[in-house]
Design a protein around this ligand. Structure first.
Ligand SMILES: [Zn+2]
Length: 137
């Protein structure tokens, strides 16, 4: 996605922790394995590392209610966000979630953090706007 690496680098530089919270029901459906999801996440961080950016932690939900079981982590449930809040000393009022689906924003709402919809465009510009930096360099 355009601007993704710069967006994450900006957040890193500004002292934000960056988390990915992603539904990966393809695991429950048997399309791929959890090891594949983890490999993808390592690859993402390796690629980000080339521009000095990093995701601090990935959280994924491998479940789907129709294929294995109901769970507390599949968005719009807030389980992955609550897990991150348990594992990291997160400043909730200063935190936000960016997602491309209404279920993302619902998860944010359930976890009491601000959600922002972002479907297309320049993610770096969008993130800069969210964190109040209007001068984009
Ligand atoms: Zn789950």
């Amino acid at each position: 996605m355009e601007g993704a690496q710069l967006a994450i680098r900006l957040l890193n530089d500004r002292g934000y922790w960056v988390f990915v919270v992603t539904n990966q029901a393809g695991v429950a459906r048997g399309y791929y394995e959890e090891a594949d999801v983890q490999r993808l996440h390592r690859w993402i961080n390796a690629e980000l590392g080339k521009s000095g950016a990093q995701v601090d932690q990935f959280y994924y939900c491998p479940h789907h209610p129709e294929f294995d079981r109901d769970c507390d982590c599949r968005k719009p449930k807030p389980g992955m966000l609550l897990q991150a809040m348990k594992e990291w000393p997160i400043d909730l009022p200063g935190s936000f979630l960016i997602g491309d689906k209404s279920t993302d924003l619902e998860a944010a709402e359930h976890a009491n953090i601000t959600g922002h919809m972002f479907r297309s465009g320049d993610l770096h510009a969008a993130v800069a706007q969210v964190i109040g930096q209007n001068q984009i360099d």
